[in-house]
Design a protein around this ligand. Structure first.
Ligand code: C5P
Length: 212
């Protein structure tokens, strides 16, 4: 049973990487951002406030697997609200079991706190980052692709706000685990980032196997 934890900043490429790695190692994949996005969607649909811990916690208790397949979760406004619902400790507590149960069967999980909080015993931990300008360009192109009408400057400003909120919240802030392997994708294509990640993972798994 192998667990690969992939944490990192918004639009760093960690989601695409996690999907490719789950195929490479034949492991199920959980994009944990979708849990927070699904909570945000319930809250926004009910016209509740993402800053209100009580309505967010009630929403978090309703989350199930089917909700994670909703394509509407990808939108910019839901992502921004997700980083607000994610600061409430009871919301994180309500989503913890789902993530740990998933990891306990082996898998690739990507998010912000997988290697630090959700599964500190993961076999391999990667931390993916890239320069803000580069991440904003990627995200801008993606949102335009979804038909959203938004400027690059707005995407960059929102991305910096999101980074700040994720890195400075009191509970489970975004940071690399001490034993995480850092991969900077600023100048890497998806393919090169994938190759670099496989190299790290294979080396860590091989070293573990010889220790057994
Ligand atoms: O990765 P994604 O953009 O889908 O995540 C949306 C938001 O959910 C993040 O900005 C972050 O605040 C929150 N999140 C989190 N912990 C995770 C995954 C996502 O706090 N493991």
């Amino acid at each position: 049973m192998t667990v690969i934890a992939i944490d990192g900043t918004f639009a760093s490429g960690k989601g695409t990487l996690a999907r490719r790695l789950s195929e490479q190692y034949n492991l199920p994949h959980l994009d944990t951002g979708k849990l927070y996005r699904a909570v945000a969607k319930i809250v926004l649909d009910a016209k509740d406030d993402p800053d209100d811990a009580k309505s967010c916690t009630q929403a978090a208790q309703k989350i199930n697997s089917e909700m994670l397949a909703d394509p509407a979760l990808k939108s910019g406004p839901i992502g921004a609200a997700a980083s607000k619902v994610a600061v409430h400790p009871p919301v994180r507590a309500a989503l913890l079991r789902y993530q740990r149960d998933f990891a306990a069967k082996g898998g690739v999980l990507d998010g912000r706190d997988i290697g630090t909080v959700i599964y500190p015993n993961a076999d391999v931990k990667l931390y993916i980052d890239a320069a803000p300008q580069e991440r904003a360009q990627r995200r801008h192109a993606e949102l335009i692709g979804y038909g959203e009408d938004i400027s690059f400057e707005t995407v960059l400003t929102q991305l910096k706000e999101r980074d700040f909120r994720d890195a400075n919240r009191a509970i489970a802030p975004l940071k690399p685990a001490k034993d995480a392997h850092l991969i900077d994708t600023t100048n890497l294509s998806i393919e090169r980032a994938f190759v670099a990640s496989v190299k790290v993972i294979d080396a860590v798994l091989a070293a573990k196997a010889t220790k057994k």
